[in-house]
Write a protein that binds this ligand. Structure first.
Ligand code: SF4
Length: 292
């Protein structure tokens, strides 16, 4: 099925609600500080809504990725060197935007092999700079798997992000076509390790790549078995004809059914909606878990 042209009505985002002044303000701050956002890089459907409410998800470590996930719109070429000014510039942008809660994500940097870095040092530096400039800030990081390196994960644990997020993206059966360079069990191990070391953990996956309802349930069970705190689930939207096809658009009733199933059968806080993405309602989900 090629649904590239046939998006259901409820998935079409309205531009009527865009606050142009805020949108321009966010764009100016990002350009001035030489920053990337995943909102731009991944063509997020919530970009207008987020920018007009003066928020953004910062994309660090460059805007080209060393992996080749078949659903992802981030450019996949040889990555450039690290911008050492970036941690401070992100901290400054967070301050200028007046954020109380920020989300930092990155491309995957399998090329940064020395000392099991994989980008973890840059994450740690970014968290430290944000905290120096922004008193009381809450920080969520959405990271790659760091190839499962305990050394890299320990750096992240020491820098104490308020939420550690790492996306599982899809069911195990679809990894060979959707996430060829990643490993389902490694993702679960990473989430388990971070939870065992005291962090609030979060993950997310897409619907519409060809999974069955039973496979969705198995995935949720796997996430519950590693004591995950928060899950985000949204509809996969094909970024271009070069990307994986959409196999199914779920109905709003099906979204409600999945949410109810999570509430009934697990201890995970669900953020389930067609346009839910990793940072969608992030502050609200964090506050719910932190206040338990
Ligand atoms: S690792 Fe992340 S950024 Fe890289 S291609 Fe996959 S989904 Fe996109």
């Amino acid at each position: 099925m090629d649904n590239y042209q046939r998006l259901p009505e409820y998935l079409k985002t309205s531009i009527a609600t865009v606050d142009n002044e805020n949108y321009k303000h966010v764009r100016q701050i990002l350009i001035k500080n030489n920053l990337n956002t995943v909102c731009d890089g991944a063509r997020c459907p919530n970009k207008c809504e987020c920018y007009s409410s003066k928020t953004a998800t910062f994309l660090i470590l460059g805007n080209t990725c060393t992996r080749n996930c078949a659903f992802c719109n981030i450019s996949q070429k040889t990555p450039l060197g690290i911008d050492l000014e970036e941690p401070y510039n992100v901290a400054l942008a967070v301050k200028e935007l007046g954020l109380e809660y920020c989300v930092i994500t990155s491309v995957t940097r399998d090329d940064l092999k020395e000392n099991d870095d994989f980008g973890s040092i840059h994450y740690r530096n970014t968290i430290e700079e944000i905290r120096k400039l922004n008193k009381g800030i809450k920080i969520e990081i959405l990271t790659p798997d760091f190839k499962g390196s305990k050394k890299a994960l320990d750096r992240i644990i020491e820098s104490k992000p308020d939420v550690f997020n790492h996306n599982i993206e899809t069911i195990k059966r679809l990894y060979p076509i959707a996430r060829q360079m990643a490993n389902y069990d490694c993702t679960l191990d990473v989430l388990n390790y971070m939870k065992t070391n005291g962090l609030i953990t979060k993950s997310g996956f897409m619907l519409g790549l060809g999974e069955t309802f039973d496979e969705i349930k198995d995935l949720i069970k796997d996430l519950d078995n590693v004591n995950l705190d928060i899950v985000t689930i949204g509809q996969y939207i094909r970024p271009s004809k070069k990307h994986l096809e959409v196999k199914k658009y779920y109905t709003l009733d099906e979204y409600r059914e999945i949410e109810e199933c999570i509430k009934k059968e697990t201890n995970i806080y669900p953020v389930v909606a067609p346009l839910a993405r990793s940072s969608y309602k992030a502050k609200e989900a964090y506050e719910f878990i932190a206040n338990l």
